[in-house]
Structure formats: structure tokens, C-alpha cells
Design a protein around this ligand. Structure first.
Ligand code: IMP
Ligand code: MG
Length: 179
């Protein structure tokens, strides 16, 4: 069973960065209304909850789902998306928010699928971006933090649905065998 290791981003750093992002997004969306924030479940729920309360622009909030099996390896073919819970975004300016950009497959797929719903525009924001992991060419418009290539948990991010409640982002560590 892996354990929670080193803290990469603490509560204070998260709060400060979310404040900055909310201010930047507020200015950017001043001229892009009406606005709809789409949270990618489940990992982004805490980030979105904090971000939207600081966003000084009226907006609707909706959710989409994405899941991919992640154990020791990642199989990109095993990506499932579900837009059935999303509100109608036709003609609206969408801010798509995910927890982390890893290979880029999830965000790229969701952007493509949301584009088919004919929004006025799509802007993407991720709390975290793993350095050196992107295999699908997509650049998020807004990034909270660049982090090293480690599996991380906390602030919404999970390992088998555990650890989402942690108020910080920490690396998950494989327990080394006792010697
Ligand atoms: P991508 O499609 O490879 O970019 O992966 C993005 C999704 O994988 C995110 O929405 C997360 O749900 C999940 N993910 C990727 N890396 C991590 C991690 O280090 N911790 C927890 N979830 C992760
Ligand atoms: Mg996710």
C-alpha cells in the first residue's frame, strides 16, 4: 500500500495561486460572457469549488466526467468521458477545469467533444501540469503549478479514490520492502 510522501505544494501556495488564477480569469472573461465553468470530475472538484468562489464574474457551473485506469501504467485507450451531466453550453464561453495534465489525452478529448456542442469559445485550466509527460499536443491556457513526474494526491487528486481530502498536494510513495 503506497503512503503519502513529500508535500510538493502546500495549502498556502495553493491558496495564493488560486487567487491569482481567479484574478486573471476574471479579467479574461470580462469580455467573454456568458460564462460556464465545466469541472472535470472527480479530481477537479475542490479546485473548482475554490476557484469559482473567487471568480468575480457571473458564471454557470457544470460537470463532465473523465476516467482512465491508472495503476502502475497508463493505458491511453482506456479513457472514458461522459458529457451527459453537462448543462447546455451552446453559445456560451466555456472554462474547462481539470486537476492535472499528464499525457494530455483527457483534456484533448474533452475539448474535442465540448467543441461539438458549439460553445462560443473553450478555455482550459489545470491546477497541475507534469513536466515531460505530454504525449498529446495540447497546451492548457492556464496552469496552476508545474510539477515533476511523480504520482501526486490531495486537493481532489486521488489514488484509488483515497487521499482526495488532503488540503495539500503530496507525492505518493511506494512503501519500500522492509529489510
Ligand atoms: P492525462 O489524460 O494523461 O492527461 O491524465 C489526466 C487525468 O489522469 C487527470 O484528470 C487525473 O485524473 C489523472 N492523473 C494523472 N496523473 C495523476 C496523478 O499524479 N495523481 C492523480 N491523478 C492523476
Ligand atoms: Mg481526472
Amino acid at each position: 500500500m503506497p503512503t503519502v510522501g513529500r508535500i510538493l505544494v502546500d495549502e498556502v501556495q495553493i491558496k495564493r495561486r488560486v487567487d491569482e488564477l481567479a484574478a486573471e480569469l476574471g479579467s479574461a472573461f470580462q469580455s467573454r460572457q456568458p460564462m460556464t465553468v465545466l469541472a472535470v470530475l472527480t479530481g477537479s472538484f475542490i479546485f473548482v469549488a475554490d476557484l469559482c468562489r473567487r471568480l468575480q464574474i457571473p458564471h454557470r457551473i457544470g460537470v463532465v466526467r473523465a476516467s482512465s485506469y491508472r495503476g502502475a501504467t497508463v493505458d491511453p485507450s482506456d479513457l472514458h468521458t461522459d458529457l451527459s451531466l453537462a448543462p447546455d453550453v451552446r453559445g456560451r464561453h466555456v472554462l474547462l477545469v481539470d486537476d492535472i495534465l499528464d499525457t494530455g489525452a483527457t483534456l484533448a478529448r474533452l475539448v474535442r467533444e465540448i467543441a461539438a456542442l458549439q460553445p462560443a469559445s473553450i478555455t482550459t485550466a489545470v491546477l497541475l501540469r507534469k513536466i515531460g509527460r505530454q504525449t498529446v499536443p495540447i497546451e492548457p491556457d492556464y496552469v496552476g503549478f508545474d510539477i515533476p513526474d511523480l504520482f501526486v494526491v490531495g486537493y481532489g487528486l486521488d489514488y484509488n479514490d483515497d487521499y482526495r481530502h488532503l488540503p495539500y498536494i503530496a507525492a505518493l510513495e511506494q512503501e519500500t520492502a522492509a529489510t
